[in-house]
Design a protein around this ligand. Structure first.
Ligand code: 6MZ
Length: 357
């Protein structure tokens, strides 16, 4: 499926046309800060895993059939509803539930981002157990970290954020924070709260506060759906370091986000395809860019939404008539919002400063 870049007749004196725009956006060094591992697996990798499983035992073959039906769904779907988006992960999870497959997908996802010009990546993933393969949350984290450290990609550096799913109990949320603390020296930089916003209420404030108190960074999926003001206010009391989406917010809460300069991970294609934002032109990044509010273009689930990060840059450029310099500045400023330490920020700024288109 071809990535969505609106306004295909886009002609700009500086870029020349859509192909040149995409080329520039791919070459541009970029920072990816909001990428869910299991939503970022390329269709090719998923198909390879499904085919291996189809040749396996009956139970595994069933899982593979489920994954293939997800792939078919992806081929024809141009829009989702958040309500039919989340159940798809059940099928993907059936293919990523053992350690060897996990290493395979992490290597593939890092390589995809590197090939797309990403020079620093914060992958996020939800630690999970799977009794059928002996996978535990701890083994999950260890395996993903091991895969990150053995990735053959050399032009990109990768860190891990551990995701708490809204459906997790407060105890499981605490367990995930404890894992993040334990593995912080091995590449875990923070904790995220994600998952289906319709499925459960916000119930892990203590865990997130513990993460903050331990010096870990915190990012929260905030205001993904309408009418959750009380929940969003409570989430902001955690003083998160970044926010995911921040789509639906009261004027008062948005003013707070702006005043506190809390960086927002913006996922334009994801929001439009999931119909939480009605068009690219009306995306809330427009106002944030006008106010010079820290905003980071991100993919969310690049494979499900068929949009690599370079396409998100091209989308922003074509929607808001941005120049090459503005795209470069946007990507360079994203360095300020990464969860890694100041040495890594300095190193990255050096990479940007020596880049020539
Ligand atoms: C909220 C999302 C999401 O963690 O298993 N996830 N949560 N909003 C979104 N955008 C619309 N996209 C993905 O990756 C898959 C998990 O990430 C969360 C969901 O909980 C999904 O199960 P990991 O690697």
């Amino acid at each position: 499926k071809a990535p969505t870049v609106p306004n295909t007749s886009f002609v700009d004196k500086e870029f020349g046309g859509v192909d040149q725009l995409l080329e520039y956006c791919k070459a541009l060094p970029k920072i990816e800060l909001h990428a869910h591992l299991n939503g970022s697996i390329s269709p090719e990798s998923l198909r390879q895993l499904a085919e291996k499983r189809l040749a396996g035992t009956v139970g595994e073959a069933e899982a593979a059939t489920g994954a293939l039906s997800v792939l078919e769904a992806l081929e024809w779907k141009d829009t989702f509803d958040l309500k039919d988006f989340f159940p798809m992960f059940k099928h993907i999870y059936a293919l990523t539930n053992n350690m060897a497959w996990l290493v395979f997908i992490v290597h593939g996802v890092i390589k995809d981002f590197e090939d797309d010009g990403v020079r620093y990546l914060e992958l996020r993933s939800t630690p999970r157990d799977d009794a059928s393969t002996g996978l535990t949350k701890e083994l999950y984290v260890q395996t993903v970290l091991q895969a990150i450290s053995t990735s053959p990609a050399t032009k990109i550096s990768t860190r891990l954020i551990l995701t708490i799913d809204r459906r997790h109990s407060p105890e499981v949320a605490m367990q995930i924070v404890d894992l993040a603390i334990r593995f912080r020296d091995q590449g875990v930089v923070g904790v995220d709260l994600a998952g289906d916003p319709y499925a459960a209420d916000f119930d892990c404030k203590h865990a997130l506060l513990k993460a903050k108190a331990a010096g870990l960074k915190v990012t929260i999926h905030l205001g993904e759906i309408e009418n959750r003001e009380a929940e969003s206010a409570s989430m902001l009391e955690v003083r998160p370091d970044r926010l995911g989406h921040a789509t639906f917010l009261s004027e008062q809460l948005r003013a707070h986000v702006y005043e506190e300069r809390i960086a927002v991970e913006m996922c334009m294609t994801s929001n439009v395809l999931c119909r939480t934002v009605s068009s690219y032109e009306e995306h809330h990044i427009k106002e944030a860019l006008e106010l010079d509010h820290p905003s980071i273009l991100c993919t969310d689930d690049k494979s499900i939404f068929a949009s690599p990060l370079s396409c998100e840059y091209a989308l922003a450029a074509s929607t808001f008539s941005m120049t090459k310099q503005q795209l470069f500045d946007l990507s360079k400023k994203s360095i300020d919002a990464i969860f890694a330490n100041s040495e890594e920020k300095t190193r990255l700024r050096g990479v940007w400063d020596t880049w020539a288109p």
